[in-house]
Design a protein around this ligand. Sequence first.
Ligand SMILES: Nc1ncnc2c1ncn2[C@@H]1O[C@H](COP(=O)(O)OP(=O)(O)OP(=O)(O)O)[C@@H](O)[C@H]1O
Ligand SMILES: [Mg+2]
Length: 265
Amino acid sequence: MTTSLAPQTDLDPMRTPAAAAAHRIASGTAAPDDSGGAPALSVRDLVLEYPDGERGVLRALDEVSLDLHAGTFTALVGPSGSGKSSLLAVAAGLVPPTSGTVTVAGRELTGLSRTERTGLRGREIGVIFQQPNLIPSLTAAEQLELSVHLDRDATRADRKAARDRAMALLERVDLADQAGKRPHQLSGGQRQRVNIVRALMASPALLLVDEPTSALDRERSAAVVDLLGALTRDEGTATLMVTHDHEFLAATDRTLNMVDGRLTD
Ligand SMILES: Nc1ncnc2c1ncn2[C@@H]1O[C@H](COP(=O)(O)OP(=O)(O)OP(=O)(O)O)[C@@H](O)[C@H]1O
Ligand SMILES: [Mg+2]
């Protein structure tokens, strides 16, 4: 955590988005497109079963395999209850699968201890849920800087780097002039933009987004999806977005369909 926030070399992942993407490509953990290299997310034969009273088990994910590469924006659609949020939860390392593997930025999540998994999630995985879960008492800038403030080992240079990164990201989403406002002083669209860039603070390889637009009107929803696409390319993340809204699929590079826990292209 400490070192990842301190700019050290030109290839420091925190320094610039381009450097972050270049670093991932150089280190073999990502490819600039779908043409080759290790994916940012690789899922193999993933099964997730929940205990289900009389019927025994409910299979929420059924032999799911998937690769996502750096700089690509993928939509995940499918009926309610088909397993979309379950896939995101397992890919984020929040829920252990029944069987199968999840590899993020070249490291197999499923083989890590809880502490290692939390560390990897902090560095390489950004998660965005439909409702911005911002902390009411913190300003927009403080929401982004929170993890470095909670890190007891963070140096003064780490804090400065976090502040610079937070301001650059807020500027990127036209919120530089709102940096000192608390959530209740922001509009719904502004809150969602803070939520989005907060997930990008650590320059994650993988960005998992669950229905980011369901609390927004049509115009603001389109703007949020366009922004996610632009940030995916600028930051070099592999982005997986669950959406119910087929109108937004044109803004993505690829659409995956989930039906009864199975994926189809
Ligand atoms: N914690 C849980 N315990 C038991 N069953 C669960 C749990 N979470 C989800 N499920 C079941 O797993 C299946 C997949 O749920 P999931 O939330 O992944 O669907 P979804 O595709 O995200 O649906 P929606 O579009 O409504 O959000 C559903 O049948 C759901 O009831
Ligand atoms: Mg869901």
